[in-house]
Structures are given as structure tokens and as C-alpha cells.
Design a protein around this ligand. Structure first.
Ligand code: 7PJ
Length: 286
């Protein structure tokens, strides 16, 4: 396996998601829109909708090809959010963005089938599931729609995942999980063009596990699906640089660039403008 696969995996990659076709023949950016209490000030009841919509529109202007909307933090030790609250957070934001006829697909970051269904009904085009469709009813929610899906690997739950992550062979185990869940999708009737995979950086992984997976993107590509990589501002970058979360821009851009050079198709990031510009250079120098 060469150190860098570069671009041969990128030709004519069209990801089907609802009414959108995402051209992944060059790497694209998924902009993160967190709709969680700590990501907006608590003014009026619907202020969070306005704040999130404004942020989403800004990310589109910065070049995001997809928006990823999440109402439940999955950071280590985050407390779970009840279903009703998650729905109240994300659905009005999706409805407002769909009403504006934004030109990019909306992804819903959730593992709850009820949120998937409501988000798709409201106009979301991608289900981004950090539990990889393991929840009862999640696979059916996706299969009974035309949405695209991102299957992510996580060991444990956000409450416990960073306590003592353990693998015999992290690359083999993550690959096997993604293959199993991909095959379950295919068996349920989800077209292969609708499936994207993600090793789940930081989700039940030590620094060494994250590094092993980052170096193994060419191996994960052998599953034949586009790859989503989420390293933006993550603690593994803090471990490498010594920087706090608000000072990880350069590390995040470096991680996005090297991931794209190894074949990642979609980079899930907070800093859209910087990442889009960096990826333009990667694409130009392919
Ligand atoms: C990821 C995600 C990721 C996918 C989060 C954070 C934690 N979804 N949702 N991949 N991370 N597919 O952004 O720090 O890596 S939330």
C-alpha cells in the first residue's frame, strides 16, 4: 500500500442523497451546525433557530457543500438529550433552511430513528449516524427514504467511550464494523451510491487508535464507499499541538488536507472557509 493514494479513487464519485447528487470527485466540506444550548445564547424561545440558520447560511457562503445539523452533543461525557428536545432543536432549523431553498443538502446528525424520520420529512437529505444505524429502527428509517447515509464507527457510548478504549486491531475492527453495517444497508435496499463510511475519530479511540485509523484511510477505501472524516478541533489534535479547542484551526486544516490526500471525500469541519481554500489547493495540485 503506498503512503498516499492521492486521487485515483476520486473519479466520477456521485453521492446520492434525496434530491441531491453530491459530486465527490474532488474532496468537499461538510459544515457543522450545532444546535445545542451551549452553542447559542438563551434569548427567546426561537432565537436558537435564527442563530443556527444564520450560521448555516454563512457556512454555505464560505463554501460548505453539505450542512450537518446536530441537536445532541456526542462529545465525551455529554449528557443524552431527550427525544422531544432534540426534535425541538433541529426540526425548525431544517424547516427554515428548506424554506429558503438552500443549494446544498442538509445532513441530520442523530442516532435516533424518530429524529431521522422527522428530519427527512422536514427536508433533510442525509442521515449522519454516529452509532452506525445500530439503534432499533434506524436502518428502516433510512431504507424507507431516499436519503443518503453516513455510517460511523464508535466503541461504547459518548458517556463511556473515552474511559478505556481497547482493540486487538483497531483498523481491522473498524473496517469489519463498517463492512457489516454497509452490508445491512445494502440488504435493506439502500443503493450503494447512498452510503458513506466514517471511522469515527475520537469516538472510543486513544491517540494511537486515531493515528492508526488516519493512516489507514486507503484501507477503508477498499470498502468501495466514499469516506467522511471528522477530525476538526478534536482532542487528538490538541494532544499533537498542545493547543486548546479554540486554537486548533491550523491543526484541523492540516488534518483535512492530509485526509483528502489519502482519499477522504468529505471533511466534516467547523472552519469551513479555511478548509475549502486548503482543499482547492489540494485539488489543483492533484
Ligand atoms: C463526528 C460526527 C465525526 C461524523 C461528531 C465533534 C463531535 N459525525 N459527529 N463523524 N463527530 N460522521 O465534532 O467533535 O467524526 S460530534
Amino acid at each position: 500500500m503506498p503512503a498516499f493514494v492521492f486521487w485515483e479513487t476520486h473519479f466520477s464519485m456521485l453521492f446520492q442523497c434525496g434530491r441531491f447528487q453530491l459530486d465527490l470527485s474532488s474532496p468537499k466540506v461538510m459544515g457543522i451546525v450545532n444546535v445545542t444550548p451551549d452553542s447559542f445564547s438563551d434569548g427567546g424561545q426561537y432565537q436558537h433557530v435564527e442563530v443556527a440558520v444564520a450560521h448555516a447560511l454563512d457556512l454555505i457562503a464560505q463554501g460548505a457543500a453539505v450542512l450537518d445539523i446536530g441537536g445532541e452533543s456526542t462529545r465525551p461525557n455529554a449528557t443524552p438529550v431527550p427525544l422531544d428536545e432534540e426534535l425541538q432543536r433541529v426540526i425548525p432549523v431544517i424547516e427554515a433552511l428548506v424554506a429558503r431553498e438552500i443549494p446544498v443538502p442538509i445532513s441530520i446528525d442523530t442516532y435516533k430513528p424518530a429524529v431521522m424520520r422527522a428530519a427527512i420529512a422536514a427536508g433533510a437529505s442525509i442521515v449522519n449516524d454516529v452509532r452506525g444505524l445500530q439503534e432499533e429502527g434506524a436502518l428502516a428509517a433510512v431504507a424507507q427514504s431516499t436519503a443518503g447515509v453516513c455510517i460511523m464507527h464508535m466503541q461504547g457510548t459518548p458517556q463511556t467511550m473515552q474511559q478505556d478504549p481497547h482493540y486487538e486491531d483497531v483498523v481491522a475492527e473498524v473496517t469489519a464494523f463498517l463492512r457489516t453495517q454497509r452490508d445491512a444497508c445494502l440488504a435493506a435496499g439502500v443503493a450503494p451510491q447512498r452510503i458513506m463510511l466514517d471511522p469515527g475519530f475520537g469516538f472510543g479511540k486513544t491517540r494511537a487508535h486515531n493515528i492508526a485509523l488516519a493512516k489507514a484511510l486507503p484501507t477503508l477505501l477498499t470498502l468501495g464507499c466514499p469516506l467522511l472524516v471528522g477530525l476538526s478541533r478534536k482532542s487528538v489534535l490538541g494532544q499533537m499541538t498542545g493547543n486548546d479547542v479554540d486554537a486548533r484551526l491550523h491543526a484541523s486544516v492540516a488534518a483535512a488536507v492530509i485526509s483528502a490526500m489519502q482519499g477522504a471525500h468529505l471533511l466534516r469541519v467547523h472552519d469551513v472557509k479555511a478548509t475549502v481554500e486548503a482543499l482547492k489547493v489540494v485539488t489543483a495540485l492533484k
